[in-house]
Design a binder for this molecule. Structure first.
Ligand code: ZN
Ligand code: ZN
Length: 84
């Protein structure tokens, strides 16, 4: 499946550097494969059905792994250092 996606992406990239979402009614365009793949995960998916990323430390919920990663770096980087 992942291989299929890579092949498909390469084919899409041949038509210039812009990737266009193929979903009906969606005209989102992307200049990076990562942006395209990230969009594919949420395009046409209801908000409550989207993949969620939950912080294991404070249960905060993020819609993207990047958001959670940023949160971990900003809020919990010193968790293992602070010992009372
Ligand atoms: Zn789309
Ligand atoms: Zn947290």
């Amino acid at each position: 499946m992942f291989f299929f996606q890579c092949t498909k992406l390469k084919r899409l990239m041949k038509y210039g550097r812009t990737l266009i979402c193929e979903n009906e009614g969606c005209e989102a365009t992307f200049t990076t494969a990562l942006g395209y793949l990230t969009h594919q995960k949420i395009c046409g998916v209801k908000e409550e059905d989207r993949e969620k990323f939950t912080c294991e430390i404070c249960d905060k919920v993020y819609m993207s792994s990047v958001g959670l990663k940023y949160h971990m770096q900003a809020k919990h980087t010193q968790v293992n250092i602070i010992i009372h």
